[in-house]
Design a protein around this ligand. Structure first.
Ligand code: GLY
Length: 345
C-alpha cells in the first residue's frame, strides 16, 4: 500500500493506493462507531452496489443509475432530498463509491449541501482512480455541455484498490488507460515508454504494473494540482485531448476515454502541422492507443465540433487555450483564435 497526501491552501486529501477495499471498510466502520462522523450516507451506482453492496449494507445508501446521464441537476436534487431525509448535517459524511460519474456528482452534492459537508471517495474505476477522484473538480452536465456546473473542493480521502478493477468492463478499463496515456504525454515521459513496453501486461490487468501506472499518474496529478488548484495555469495541461473530447462526447455519445484518445491524436496532429512535434512520435502515440484498442480517428464533422468548442467552458472570448505537444512528456498551452484552429484541423 502507498499513501500520498495532496495539500492545497485550504485542504488536505489522503490518497491510498492499493488499499484493499475490505480493509478500508473495517477502518471506516470504526471511525463511524467511534463518533468520528455522526451520520454517513453512501452514494453509489446500481452496478457497483450489485457487486460490492454487501460490504456497505450497514450504511444509508443512495443509488444512482450508471452512466453520464446521471450527471444532471435533476439527479442532484434527488440526492439532496434523500440526504435531507437521512438527516445528514455538518457532522455527517458523504462517501462516494463508484467511478467518475459517482465521484463528480457526490463531490458536487457534498460541496453544496449546507454549503459543504465532509466527503471522500472509494474510486472503483481506473478513470476515477487516476483522474476523476483526484484534484477536487466535481460537477454535472447542463444543456448538453459537460461539467459546466461544478466546484473545486477537495475530498478528505480517496481509496484506490486495483483489485476492484477486476470487475470493470473492458471498455471502461480501456477508457481509464486513455487518461493514463494523456498524463504520460502531459509530463511523464518515462511512463509513456513504460506503457509502450508493458502494454500486454497492462491489458491483462497484471496487478503490479497496474499499481505502478496508477501511482505514477496520481503523483503527477497531485503535483500539478498542488501548484494550480484553481486551473488558472499549469493545470490546463491536464486538458490535453479534452477540448475536442468533450465536444465529441456530447455530439456522439462516445465514452469519455475513447473521445480523449481521439482528442489526443488531434492535438498531436496539430502539433506536427505546426512543426512543434515529430511525425514519428505521433505514430508512437497512435500505435500505443491502437494496442489499447482505443480509437484514433473519427468521421465526425469538426466544424460541428468547433461550434461546441465555442461554448465550451474553457473558452475565453474568441480565443481558446489548446494543449499541444513539443515532445512526449512536454506539453505546450497555445492560445488560438478559433478561426486559426479551424484551419489547422
Ligand atoms: N481532469 C482534469 C483536471 O482535473 O484538471
Amino acid at each position: 500500500m502507498e499513501n500520498i497526501t495532496l495539500k492545497t491552501a485550504s485542504a488536505e486529501t489522503k490518497i491510498f493506493i492499493n488499499l484493499p477495499f475490505i480493509n478500508f471498510r473495517e477502518e471506516f466502520l470504526s471511525f463511524t462507531q467511534n463518533g468520528y462522523f455522526d451520520n454517513v450516507v453512501i452514494v453509489t451506482d446500481s452496478n457497483v452496489r450489485a457487486i460490492y453492496g454487501n460490504y456497505f449494507s450497514d450504511y444509508h445508501v443512495i443509488e444512482i443509475n450508471p452512466g453520464e446521464e446521471s450527471k444532471s441537476l435533476k439527479n442532484v436534487e434527488n440526492i439532496y432530498k434523500q440526504i435531507f431525509d437521512y438527516n445528514i448535517d455538518r457532522n455527517g459524511f458523504i462517501l462516494g463509491i463508484g467511478g467518475g460519474v459517482v465521484c463528480d456528482i457526490t463531490g458536487y452534492v457534498a460541496s453544496t449541501y449546507l454549503r459543504g459537508v465532509r466527503f471522500g471517495f472509494v474510486a472503483t474505476s481506473l478513470l476515477a482512480q487516476v483522474d476523476a477522484s483526484i484534484g477536487g473538480k466535481n460537477g454535472v452536465n447542463f444543456l448538453g455541455y459537460k461539467n459546466i456546473i461544478g466546484t473545486i473542493n477537495q475530498p478528505e480521502f480517496v481509496i484506490c484498490d486495483s483489485e476492484m478493477l477486476g470487475t470493470l468492463q473492458d471498455k471502461e478499463f480501456r477508457c481509464g488507460l486513455a487518461e493514463i496515456v494523456k498524463s504520460s504525454l502531459a509530463g511523464i515521459k518515462e511512463l509513456f515508454t513504460f506503457l509502450e513496453n508493458n502494454i500486454d501486461s497492462i491489458n491483462k490487468k497484471e496487478k503490479s504494473v497496474l499499481n505502478k501506472i496508477i501511482s505514477d499518474t496520481i503523483k503527477f496529478k497531485v503535483s500539478i494540482v498542488e501548484h494550480d488548484e484553481w486551473d488558472k495555469g499549469i493545470r490546463q495541461i491536464l486538458n490535453l485531448g479534452h477540448t475536442f473530447a468533450h465536444a465529441i462526447e456530447s455530439k456522439t455519445g462516445m465514452s469519455h476515454g475513447e473521445a480523449v484518445s481521439i482528442g489526443i491524436c488531434k492535438s498531436a496532429e496539430v502539433s506536427v502541422k505546426l512543426d512543434f512535434f515529430s511525425n514519428m512520435d505521433l505514430e508512437r502515440i497512435k500505435s500505443l492507443l491502437n494496442k489499447i484498442n482505443l480509437p484514433t480517428i473519427t468521421n465526425i464533422d469538426f466544424t460541428d465540433v468547433l461550434t461546441f468548442i465555442m461554448k465550451d467552458k474553457k473558452r475565453n472570448s474568441d480565443y481558446i487555450n489548446y494543449v499541444l505537444l513539443k515532445a512526449i512528456g512536454a506539453p505546450l498551452i497555445h492560445k488560438f483564435k478559433i478561426e486559426e484552429l479551424k484551419e489547422l484541423i
